[in-house]
Design a protein around this ligand. Structure first.
Ligand code: ASP
Ligand code: MG
Length: 455
């Protein structure tokens, strides 16, 4: 049995979803599908919260918009009039409930994290419901199992939950795994689970990949397939390097590193549950379903040059905190990281020397993080600064630390391209090396590196 994840990118509208549906009908029987919301729906649901805080009219407009979009999809996907009516009716009910949530926000003038999560999951509930109905209308035995019914248990952290695998595994094998039969297609809405006290908690934006991995491990499936509208993991971003190539095999570590540095193929936490259970992930292209795609597996083969991909993210800023004797002053690092984390800001990475601590954060958080640090009293540092016009480049390949000359080749290539390197992190992971460059030099850097390692 496989678990197959269908992303929102494959569910753009009726016609694209129809292609996926037919693929699922032809190849998916006997498997579990974990699905995202239809494209753009989660954004609409979330912006609707701000709208509800602003005015009553916005609520009506938003609900109408959600209704029209989904009705159009139902019209395109569901084949029989009876099933169509049943689906419209269910949609109406779901949207009715959603409208009440928005009004709750409007009247209380407060959008709690709990309410935000309750609203955000509507997209996945609706897409699973519609896809199952579409299957039924084609005479295929299908059904929906909600995460709360299956028993995906989380740590209860709203908007950023983590699954508790021990109870989840126990529940899923009983309540989900046993429902799978040879000719049936089961749909599970992705993106969330429930806390031990029964609260709906989402896994963070893009979290359906992680849901699918949790389900895969929970039912001990043979494989997790991620269906995408792209060929798989590439040696570089095709937007920068049109000649980039597909990576046929990656280790869990390599995939996790690439997910973090913005390859956009997988949610960064997806590998956690499947790696523990030692189950492979196959990234498949729905436009070319017979192609092999990328396979993530424990024993992935090494690339000739060790390096498998050059990736980057522009969404990074660097905060530099200058203090002398960093390594000899107990607690300075935790003082600084706590000041930043306590305002809800995620620290992407930390690099320190004896005279400077560098924190990497998202660009949007840079100014706030810097302000938090400057408020620490008494001030444990001499000087601080913030640079936002930077980009992070990473080269990824398991074993790059054991292979002689990789760093030299990398930095020679960058220096020959006349690019200055601002910060390096080498050694923290077995599969990646990072450095920062000026944002304007990013394209040149990526091209130089790709040329060096892949041509
Ligand atoms: N629909 C959710 C989001 O857009 C989860 C997902 O698609 O992975 O964040
Ligand atoms: Mg996604």
């Amino acid at each position: 049995m496989k678990v197959i994840k269908i992303g929102g990118g494959c569910l753009k509208d009726g016609p694209t979803a129809k292609i996926i549906l037919e693929l699922a009908a032809a190849r998916g029987k006997g498997n579990i599908f974990v699905v995202s919301a239809f494209y753009g729906i989660t954004n609409l649901l979330i912006s609707g919260i701000e709208g509800a805080l602003a005015s009553e009219e916005t609520i009506k407009k938003n609900i109408q918009d959600l209704k029209t979009r989904h009705q159009t999809i139902v019209d395109c996907l569901v084949e029989t009039p009876e099933e169509k009516n049943r689906t419209f009716h269910k949609l109406e009910k779901l949207l009715g409930k959603l409208e009440k949530y928005y009004f709750g926000i409007r009247f209380t003038r407060e959008a709690t994290p709990r309410m935000r999560d309750m609203i955000a999951v509507s997209g996945e509930r609706i897409s699973a419901m519609i896809l199952a109905a579409a299957m039924t209308s084609r005479g295929i035995d299908s059904g929906v199992v909600l995460p709360e019914e299956a028993g995906i248990i989380t740590d209860g952290k709203f908007m950023d939950a983590t699954a508790l695998m021990a109870p989840t595994r126990e529940n899923l094998s009983l309540r989900l795994g046993r429902q799978v039969t040879e000719n049936k297609i089961l749909f599970v809405p992705g993106f969330y689970g429930i806390s031990e006290s029964g609260e709906i908690t989402t896994f963070g934006r893009g979290g359906s990949d992680y849901s699918a991995a949790v389900v895969t491990a929970g039912v001990s499936a043979d494989l997790l397939e991620i269906w995408k509208d792209t060929p798989g993991f590439m040696t570089a971003d095709p937007d920068n390097i049109p000649r980039c190539r597909l990576i046929p095999e990656l280790t869990y570590e390599e995939a996790a590193e690439l997910a973090y540095t913005g390859a956009g193929i997988l949610h960064p936490r997806t590998v956690e549950p499947v790696r523990q259970a030692d189950i492979d992930i196959a990234v498949k292209n729905t436009y070319d379903p017979d192609a092999r795609g990328s396979r993530i597996t424990r024993q992935a083969m090494e690339a000739d040059t060790v390096i498998k991909s050059v990736s980057y993210t522009r969404d990074v800023a660097i905060l530099k905190i200058h203090a002398s004797g960093v390594g000899a002053r107990q607690g300075i690092l935790s003082l600084i990281t706590e000041a930043v984390s306590s305002s809800g800001i995620n620290i992407k990475s930390v690099v320190t020397s004896q005279t400077c601590i560098s924190l990497l954060v998202s660009k949007k958080d840079a100014q706030t993080a810097h302000a938090c640090i400057r408020e620490i009293y008494p001030r444990p540092f001499r000087e601080s600064g913030c640079r936002t016009r930077v980009a992070l480049v990473s080269i990824v390949g398991e074993g790059l630390h054991q292979s002689r000359g990789i760093a030299a080749r990398c930095f020679t290539a960058v220096s020959n391209a006349d690019v200055n390197i601002e910060m390096i992190s080498f050694g923290a992971s077995d599969a990646a090396m990072y450095f920062l460059v000026d944002e304007d030099s990013l394209d040149t850097t990526i091209q130089a590196l790709h040329e060096t390692f892949f041509n």
